[in-house]
Ligand binder design. Sequence first.
Ligand SMILES: Cc1cc2nc3c(=O)[nH]c(=O)nc-3n(C[C@H](O)[C@H](O)[C@H](O)COP(=O)(O)OP(=O)(O)OC[C@H]3O[C@@H](n4cnc5c(N)ncnc54)[C@H](O)[C@@H]3O)c2cc1C
Length: 280
Amino acid sequence: MTSHPEFRRYLADVDTTSTHQLFTDCLVIGAGIAGLRAAIEAAERCSVIIVCKDSLQNSNTYKAQGGIASVLERTDTFEAHIADTLGAGCGISDEAIVDLVVRQGPQLIEQLLEWGTEFDMVDNHIAATLEGGHTQARVAHAHGDETGRIITDSLIKKVRQNPNIKILENFYAIDLLTNDNKECIGVIGHDRLGMEIIWAANTILATGGAGRLYRETSNPDVATGDGLAMAYRAGAVLQDLEFMQFHPTTLYIAGASRLWLPRHCGEKVLFCWTAKGRRL
Ligand SMILES: Cc1cc2nc3c(=O)[nH]c(=O)nc-3n(C[C@H](O)[C@H](O)[C@H](O)COP(=O)(O)OP(=O)(O)OC[C@H]3O[C@@H](n4cnc5c(N)ncnc54)[C@H](O)[C@@H]3O)c2cc1C
């Protein structure tokens, strides 16, 4: 970690002697698919606290609709999936990471199935659909376009059943705490009781992206890049900030959220526009 002297190191002004404090082996900040999955893994070895700034259901993960790509059919291969991914990435993907993710995909999807994710099935195996950028049918969906909600629900159930995991919703993480050696030793945050400190031997930052910084966005309101900012103030080196995740189709109603949720809009759906401006 390096220091950035031009920035105020801590935003929170806290007196540690009078602030409520918690202690844990592993702190996970963020409860989307990354945070929930990391908490389940860490809880096999130690005590875990997982925090999120709103409810467990308010995340990009919960809103994701399309599905997950993986090699699911006998006619498909890891090599073909890797080639498609590198092609879609126009040569800037990290090949080692692509290789790792593609090869672990089938077993991780199988694990989600075992944990209760109700993927759409056909003839007793996961139904794979063909989508943009892929030369093979390899996208798994759950309840049609509710993939994110169904996966999140199964992960939340798994987390709630684990006695090693404590969940704190509505906990707004503000600053990562670091010691003199610049190691992260916990977080300062705010919840309904006021300021809180969580001291942690290990901290996993899984706070998602920053899509909500833009006025026009399909991201939910929690995606404001807090994790990136607090890591930067703590001295972390950030990378790949130019990559902003958003859903390419959205709904325009003046003054309303751009979150693409047709099933909740009913007759209020007016027009849907693709990324190229075509009306659907
Ligand atoms: C409409 C839509 C459709 C999508 N469709 C697809 C799809 O079909 N396929 C696909 O692969 N991806 C899709 N995505 C993208 C996908 O959802 C995300 O890439 C993924 O869910 C990110 O997961 P995450 O765990 O990193 O972050 P998130 O799911 O965003 O979770 C972030 C967590 O961090 C917490 N957090 C943030 N700041 C703080 C703070 N200061 N203090 C405490 N907690 C904090 C939040 O409360 C939340 O719990 C879609 C996204 C959207 C919005």
